[in-house]
Design a protein around this ligand. Structure first.
Ligand SMILES: [Zn+2]
Length: 372
C-alpha cells in the first residue's frame, strides 16, 4: 500500500499489526533518522519487536555493504524489513531483503548473469528525501567497484511505501536541491523515453508540472506546502520511471557520481539540456522509438510546454534558470569538466542498454560533440 500525507509515518503501526510482524530488520540512514522526526512513531512500534539495525553504510549501494546486510539478514531472518532514508537506504533494503533469500550468488545476480527467483520478506519503504522515487520502483542500483549495475525484478518493488512530507522538513537546501533535481529529471526523461506509455507520461507530466512550480521555493524558502509538493513530484516520477525507465542523462550520470563524487541528481541535470536539444532534432533515420519521430517530437513538445517555453531552446534556458536558482552547476563546464579526455571517459562509461531507451540514437562521437 502507498501512503502520502503529513503524518503518514503513523501508518507503520497498523501495517505491523495487520502483518503480525515481530522481527524487524531496520535498514536506516542514521543521520536522516536522527533528524527527520520518524523516531517517535517507529520506536513505539519497535518496542514490541525484536529489532536488528543495519546502519553505517556508504552513499550509493556498494557490494560490500550489500553483502554485510545479507549476512545480518540470513542470521536474523526478519519477518519484515523497514528501509528509511534516501535512495541508498531504500535500494539497500530491497537488495538485502531479496538477495538474502536467493540461492544464486549475489554478485552474479547484480551483474545480471543469474536471476532472482524468490520473494524476500515484506519491505516497508520510508523515504526521507524527495527524491529518487525508489519507493515506487522495482529496481535498485548497486556498485561493484566503480561499475554501476541496475537490478530489476518485480520482487524488488516495496510492499508498502510511506511518504511523509514532514520527514523532509529538516532537509538541508543542498540535499533538497540535488534530490529534487533527480525527481525533476526522471520525470522529463520518462516523457521522452522509448519505454514510455500513456500511463507513465501522465505520471511524469504531473511530476514535471509540480516540480517546475515548487522546486525553487522548496530549496530557497521551504514551506510545508512546497515540501508536500516535491514529495508528490518525486513519488509520481518514481511511478513514471517504474514503467518507462530512464534514458541518456541518467546513463551519463553514474560515472560523474562515482568518479567525481557529484551527487546523483546534480549529475543527471548536467546533461539534461544538451540531451533535450539533441532529442528535439530527432528524424526518422536516427529515431530509436518504433512509434516514429513524430511521436517523439510530440513528447518533446509536451516537455517544452510543461517548462513554460515555446521551443526547445527556451525550454533549456528555463531549465538552466531553475538549476541556477537552486545553486547547482548548469553544465559540465560549470562542474569543472572541460577536457576532451574527461568527456571521452564519461561517454565510454555508458551502459549501452540504457542508451537504447533514449528516443534518438546516439554514437560515442555524437555524444562527445553534444556534451562539448
Ligand atoms: Zn535518478
Amino acid at each position: 500500500m502507498n501512503f502520502l500525507y503529513d503524518g503518514a509515518i503513523n501508518e507503520v503501526a497498523g501495517i505491523f499489526m495487520r502483518g503480525k510482524f515481530r522481527k524487524v530488520l531496520f535498514v536506516a540512514d542514521e543521520d536522516a533518522y536522527r533528524v527527520c522526526g520518524a523516531d517517535t512513531a517507529l520506536e513505539s512500534v519497535f518496542e514490541h519487536c525484536l529489532v536488528s539495525r543495519f546502519v553505517g553504510f556508504e552513499l550509493n549501494p556498494k557490494l560490500i555493504d550489500i553483502q554485510r546486510g545479507i549476512e545480518v539478514s540470513r542470521e536474523f531472518s526478519p519477518d519484515v524489513i523497514v528501509a528509511l532514508g534516501g535512495g541508498t537506504a531504500i535500494d539497500l533494503g530491497k537488495l538485502i531483503g531479496s538477495l538474502s533469500v536467493q540461492s544464486a550468488d549475489s554478485p552474479d545476480i547484480i551483474r545480471g548473469s543469474d536471476t532472482i527467483t524468490q520473494k524476500g520478506p515484506p519491505l516497508i519503504a520510508i523515504p526521507t528525501t524527495a527524491g529518487t522515487g525508489s519507493e515506487e520502483t522495482h529496481f535498485a542500483v548497486a556498485y561493484i567497484g566503480d561499475k554501476k549495475f541496475s537490478i530489476a525484478h518485480e520482487f524488488l518493488l516495496p510492499d508498502h511505501s510511506i511518504v511523509d512530507p514532514q520527514l523532509t522538513h529538516s532537509l538541508p537546501a543542498r540535499i533538497t536541491a540535488a534530490t529534487g533535481l533527480d525527481a525533476f529529471c526522471q520525470a522529463i526523461e520518462s516523457i521522452w523515453a522509448v519505454g514510455g506509455t500513456e500511463e507513465s507520461t501522465d505520471f511524469a507530466s504531473e511530476a514535471v508540472e509540480i516540480a517546475v512550480a515548487n522546486i525553487v521555493q522548496a530549496v530557497v524558502e521551504p514551506t510545508p506546502a512546497t515540501r508536500m509538493a516535491m514529495c508528490r513530484a518525486s513519488n509520481l516520477a518514481g511511478k513514471a520511471i517504474n514503467i518507462s525507465k530512464t534514458t541518456a542523462p541518467h546513463a551519463l550520470s553514474y560515472y560523474l557520481t562515482s568518479r567525481y563524487g557529484i551527487p546523483h541528481g546534480i549529475a543527471v541535470a548536467l546533461t539534461l539540456t544538451p540531451m533535450l536539444t539533441y532529442n528535439a532534432d530527432v528524424c526518422e533515420n536516427d529515431c530509436a522509438d518504433p512509434r516514429g519521430a513524430e511521436h517523439v517530437q510530440r513528447r518533446i513538445e509536451t516537455i517544452v510546454k510543461l517548462l513554460g517555453a515555446s521551443n526547445p531552446r527556451e525550454a533549456c534556458e528555463r531549465f538552466s534558470e531553475i538549476v541556477s536558482k537552486i545553486g547547482c552547476p548548469r553544465s559540465l563546464a560549470e562542474a569543472g569538466i572541460t577536457t576532451t579526455d574527461q568527456l571521452q571517459n564519461i561517454v565510454s562509461s555508458v551502459n549501452e542498454q540504457r542508451m537504447l531507451n533514449n528516443p534518438r540514437k546516439t554514437t560515442s562521437a555524437s555524444l562527445i560533440e553534444l556534451l562539448s
